[in-house]
Design a protein around this ligand. Sequence first.
Ligand SMILES: Nc1ncnc2c1ncn2[C@@H]1O[C@H](COP(=O)(O)OP(=O)(O)OP(=O)(O)O)[C@@H](O)[C@H]1O
Length: 231
Amino acid sequence: MTQAVLQCQNLAFKYASSGFELQVPEFSMQAGETVFLEGDSGSGKSTLLNLMAGVLLPQTGHVSLMGQKLNDLSASRCDALRVDHVGFLFQQFNLLAYLSVLDNVALPCKFSKRRRQQAVQQCGSVVQAAVNLLDALGMSDFARQPVGTLSVGQQQRVAAARALIGKPDLVIADEPTSALDARHQARFVQLLLKQAAQQNTAVILVSHDPRLAEHCQRREQMSRWQAGGYA
Ligand SMILES: Nc1ncnc2c1ncn2[C@@H]1O[C@H](COP(=O)(O)OP(=O)(O)OP(=O)(O)O)[C@@H](O)[C@H]1O
């Protein structure tokens, strides 16, 4: 069997201050798989994503990314593993307003040699990889513009290109469509998943909107994993 991209095993995590607790006996994602993670506000979606990314560490159990247990790594090794293998797509985009669209998309390749190499191998250069992704997402006309001059929906597509560049094994997308209307939400998710599928990148998509689940292969409910502390 091929190695899972992400695996959580016997995971238990509790915030000391609030008592909120998650228990995840088993969760894994294979290469290219798409999972829709749904749950009410306060159900622990961001907490779980932070555990998956190694930003939070569980009290028991472990998260493995590309077969490496995050608990066993130093903070700097964990950061390096994350930037090499995971693209992030957030509600607030986290784009750098003073940089051009192209420079924003290319950014992960500055921090990750692996993603730089993948981009060059795929497209000949990092710039070409960025241009190709922008093209696929309908944003090639804006490549040289500062991102601060773009609409919300356009910035969203730039953030998607940045998450996907250099063929990460996993994209974590946390409420990436919350600023869009329903029609544009579905269109954006389709574009994101199509690009991810082309490069065999797994995607975990978090949203309040259950209609977006139909675009993913699997659907997971946070309620499965809430333990005693959830009110
Ligand atoms: N740093 C923290 N310390 C203590 N408790 C926290 C902390 N962060 C979140 N919580 C609590 O953990 C629970 C889950 O929060 P989390 O942000 O993971 O939920 P969520 O599903 O992402 O919510 P939303 O959809 O509103 O963003 C909430 O009850 C919250 O109050």
